[in-house]
Design a protein around this ligand. Structure first.
Ligand SMILES: Nc1ncnc2c1ncn2[C@@H]1O[C@H](COP(=O)(O)OP(=O)(O)OP(=O)(O)O)[C@@H](O)[C@H]1O
Ligand SMILES: [Mg+2]
Length: 270
């Protein structure tokens, strides 16, 4: 479904990503985990064709990515709408349905039916007619996922859809994405700095740190020696009550961009 091969990205003269390699299979759930500034959003933008990699290539569904291909759906990071924006959820979904691929207009009835189907898919019927700005974060997130589904993508990229949500909404959004993966065979790549809500549902994890990435199962990747090599300094992995916490090791000097002993660096909520 998605192959990222030897990708390197330099932005503003700085090396942001180096030698990134991974693949995402059809109908799989992948968590893209890493601390702030690791390059997660940059990686998504490369997959979308919005940033051209300096090296390497990205292949989606057998084709090298180009800008504007619609087999990839995108839920961007941090959209917060004002309470007085007059747009309703129903309108947001409808925006994506402008015409078919030959530019023929779609009859209103067909259009309404498609909007309703997507609203149902993401469980947003109940609040589809409320101005989006008045909805809760979790409700907005459902609509944004619905908006990304309009183009019937095979691959869905979600950038931190869980941040700013309460625990209940986090689990609802995770369940929604897992359901789409399970029932519709969509592949999801979900960015989160906290891997814990994804532990039960993700098929694989891609851990990004220090401009590099590792892919594998949680048990393969979330290991102190593996992550220490990735970070380039000692980190520890604490497992407690079914949760995982990645912290810096004890013999680390404190430094602005290197967390001090015991500092949280990834794996749990901010
Ligand atoms: N256009 C750009 N020019 C120069 N540097 C950039 C550009 N875009 C991003 N960066 C830098 O690339 C690094 C990675 O940024 P990115 O937004 O991909 O991180 P992230 O992992 O998504 O972080 P967060 O968890 O905070 O969202 C950061 O240091 C950022 O400052
Ligand atoms: Mg980001």
């Amino acid at each position: 479904m998605l192959e990222v091969k030897n990708v390197g990205v330099v932005l503003g003269g700085r090396s942001i990503l180096r030698d990134i390699n991974f693949r995402v299979d059809e109908g799989s759930f992948t968590g893209l985990i890493g601390p702030n500034g690791a390059g997660k959003t940059t990686l998504l933008r490369v997959i979308l064709g919005l940033i051209r990699p300096t090296r390497g290539e990205v292949v989606v569904g057998g084709h090298q990515v180009r800008r504007g291909i619609n087999s990839v759906g995108y839920v961007p990071q941090k959209i917060r709408l004002d309470a007085d924006v007059p747009l309703r959820g129903r309108d947001l979904i409808g925006l994506g349905i402008d015409g078919d691929r030959w530019g023929m207009p779609i009859p209103n009835r067909t259009r309404r039916a498609r909007v309703d189907r997507i609203l149902e898919q993401v469980g947003a019927q109940e609040f589809a007619d409320v101005p989006i700005g008045r909805l809760s974060g979790g409700q907005q997130q459902r609509l944004l996922i619905g908006h990304a589904l309009v183009a019937e993508p095979q691959l869905l990229l979600l950038d931190e859809p869980l941040s700013n949500l309460d625990i209940k909404s986090v689990h609802e959004v995770v369940r929604l994405v897992a359901q789409m993966v399970g029932e519709q065979g969509i592949s999801a790549l979900l960015v989160s700095h906290d891997m814990n809500p994804l532990l039960g549902v993700m098929d694989q994890v891609i851990y990004v740190a220090n401009g590099r990435a590792l892919m594998g199962s949680v048990d393969e990747v979330i290991q102190p020696d593996v992550l220490s090599r990735l970070y380039g300094y000692d980190v520890e992995v604490l497992r407690t009550q079914g949760r995982i916490l990645v912290v810096s090791g004890n013999d680390q000097p404190h430094h602005d961009d290197i967390p001090g002993p015991g500092d949280y660096i990834g794996g749990m909520s901010r």
